[in-house]
Design a protein around this ligand. Sequence first.
Ligand SMILES: Cc1cc2nc3c(=O)[nH]c(=O)nc-3n(C[C@H](O)[C@H](O)[C@H](O)COP(=O)(O)O)c2cc1C
Length: 218
Amino acid sequence: MTHAIITDLANRYTAKRYDATKRISQDDLDVIYEAIRLSASSINSQPWKFIVIESDAAKQRMHDTFANKFQFNQPHIKSASHIVLFAHNPHYTRDDYAKVVDKGIEDGRTPKEQREAAFGGFAFVDLNTDETGDNSKWTKSQTYLALGNTLHVLARLGIDSTTMEGIDSELIGEIFKDELDGYECNVALAMGYHHQEEDYNASLPKSRLALEDVLKVL
Ligand SMILES: Cc1cc2nc3c(=O)[nH]c(=O)nc-3n(C[C@H](O)[C@H](O)[C@H](O)COP(=O)(O)O)c2cc1C
């Protein structure tokens, strides 16, 4: 019998057209948001911000970010139920990590007297920071863990989604300047329910390279 995890992952796919009449329930949204929050990241850095586009006004602003390019993704903005912007902090600092360390103390994970020692992990950030203080490659990588986690959770919930790197990061940076507060968004995720007739991707078979081409057990 196929394991439920494999069934979920085999059934999920990238939706290409959404049914604008269907909305994700608040119960499911609560699960999705908590799953996003629980995502793993290097040294528990959590150098991210997730902006959920839910209201018609926010959807209009997101729609407007497709003025210049990637218009093939634009239809999802108003027809999908929600869109999540996965944003990263391009200049993650020791002060940012201090919030993580102090939350670790508050959560009872790190004893108060070991606060200084808890900064040891920050060496990983230094290794990934250039002379201008830019560590965006590293922080952006962390957001993809949250993205992958979200895709799996959506599959479990039977909710369709479309990952979109086809977004105009610059225009998003301008139109959502206040909310991003210096963070950058290079990937977004539309979530909702596919259109029964118009989603040409829904009935196509899943296609992946063969296991022996991508995985070797030593
Ligand atoms: C990082 C990333 C970026 C993607 N960007 C887009 C996109 O901009 N538009 C789109 O329609 N699909 C996009 N996709 C969907 C991929 O093409 C799709 O996941 C891949 O072909 C595998 O198919 P499946 O998701 O249906 O299993 C993206 C997927 C990932 C993981």
